[in-house]
Design a protein around this ligand. Structure first.
Ligand SMILES: *Cc1c(COP(=O)(O)O)cnc(C)c1O
Length: 419
């Protein structure tokens, strides 16, 4: 069963966040504001490490690259998986030891490979995961002969939305049937240390079968390459450990996932590795935003808030559901009603969805749940909208992880002569 113990519950719901503290933070730092509780991310890591003993856990940094988050997870013992040269540079700069850092190169631009090769030289132990034979050639051309992991396309995908299902997409990884030959070739020019697959972001109670299938294929491949005398260190089965976005959804039963993973992997000499992103950070963050306008329309109301698709992109891109809570001090006394919560961006897709809320009024503070993963990271300056601030809580401490941008930040990249 899930590790739903009192001290480290399997999920932190939006309703569990203390309203008064959130109101104080909004007052002090303004809105929209990302609030991230670092202790919660430590709890999530510990729960995962407990469910997956003797497993290498690499945090997928793209979910949240705030430096205090990277540091806290590294201090807990996590490795980090990077999706770009920029992430690689930031993660190493944050002090994560090279031997605990993986860089997953997906159609890597030349500039990314240049940086990755330089950083791998500077920080020994970095592993570069290649998903195409010619990525290996491009690394060799740059004089790289270090640690290589081969990304395999397992032919199975899993995702809460087709845009985040990667396992069956030809863009990601080499075809499974060619993988052993490719790794054998690669082992002549590089240190071949692992095989990798990531099915997408959708491991949930219901589709463990897709996960089992992926892991099973990776286990077979590991035995095949081990049989050819290639001594890989790890079999990385990716991330995608789901989190409940709606109150009626149950948290993932990690013990069951871990058991299914071990069973499907079978007997291999290499260590198991996993790459959780959202699982470690999603419920550690909320987004605070203020109600600017309440507009009565036939059949309901549109509640206009400061945070839009440029602040939190997931609802617009993935139709993702994020819970919303009205933090007004008297919210409990107000009647509930169905409303549409919409942002300030000139796009019809700029909506945080339909919600049943204690009747929102102008000036109310709303909290948007599960904003710790892919929230700030996907924020943009579209509509010349400066990106929001983010603060990190550690016990009673609060500190700014990213200051609020200004309009001057938006224009800072324009050369003087154009201004
Ligand atoms: C995005 C990604 C992850 C993490 O996905 P989550 O759904 O956040 O767990 C892990 N591995 C790779 C290669 C990824 O691209």
């Amino acid at each position: 069963m899930s590790a739903a113990t009192g001290s480290n519950p399997a999920v932190r719901r939006l309703a569990d966040w203390p309203a008064e503290r959130l109101r104080d933070l909004a007052e002090e730092y303004g809105t929209p504001l990302y609030v991230f509780d670092i202790e919660r991310t430590r709890e999530n890591y510990r729960r995962m490490a407990e469910a997956f003993p003797e497993t290498e856990i690499y945090y997928a940094a793209k979910a949240n690259t705030a430096r205090p988050v990277l540091r806290a997870l590294a201090d807990e013992g996590a490795g980090v998986e990077c999706a770009s040269a920029g992430e690689l540079a930031r993660v190493l700069d944050a002090g994560v030891p090279g031997e605990r850092v993986h860089y997953t190169a997906v159609n890597p631009p030349a500039r990314d490979l240049d940086v990755a090769v330089r950083l791998a030289d500077e920080y020994p132990g970095v592993t570069i995961t290649a998903g195409a034979a010619d990525t290996l050639d491009r690394l060799a051309e740059r004089g790289y002969d270090g640690r290589i992991c081969l990304r395999v396309n397992p032919g199975v995908g899993a995702g809460h939305h087709e845009k985040v299902s990667t396992g069956g997409d030809a863009k990601f990884g080499v075809p499974a049937e060619r993988a052993a030959d490719l790794l054998e070739d690669a082992a002549e020019s590089f240190e071949a240390v692992g095989i990798h697959a990531h099915a997408g972001s959708g491991i949930s109670g219901e589709d463990l079968s897709a996960h089992r299938e992926l892991v099973g294929r990776m286990g077979e491949l590991a035995r095949e390459v081990e049989g050819r005398g290639i001594d890989i260190e790890f079999v990385d089965v990716g991330g995608g450990f789901g989190v409940p976005y709606a109150p009626k959804e149950d948290p993932l039963d990690l013990e069951a996932v871990a058991e299914a993973t071990r069973e499907a992997l079978g007997d291999v000499d290499a260590a198991l590795a996993v790459e959780p992103g959202r699982y470690l950070v999603a419920d550690a963050g909320v987004l605070l935003t203020e109600v600017n306008t309440v507009k009565e329309v036939p059949g309901g109301a549109v509640v206009g808030v400061g945070a839009g698709m440029t602040t939190l992109a997931r609802p617009a891109i993935y139709d993702a559901h994020h819970e919303i809570r009205n933090l007004a001090p008297d919210a409990a006394e107000r009647p509930e009603r169905e409303v549409t919560v919409a942002g300030p961006v000139c796009e019809s897709g700029d909506s945080l969805g339909e919600h049943r809320l204690p009747d929102p009024e102008r000036g109310d503070l709303l909290a948007v749940g599960n904003a710790g993963a892919y929230g700030y990271e996907m924020a943009s300056q579209y509509n010349s909208r400066p990106r929001p601030a983010s603060v990190v809580l550690d016990g009673d401490d609060a500190r700014v992880a990213r200051r609020r941008e200004t309009i001057a930040d938006v224009t800072a990249v324009e050369p003087e002569e154009n201004v």
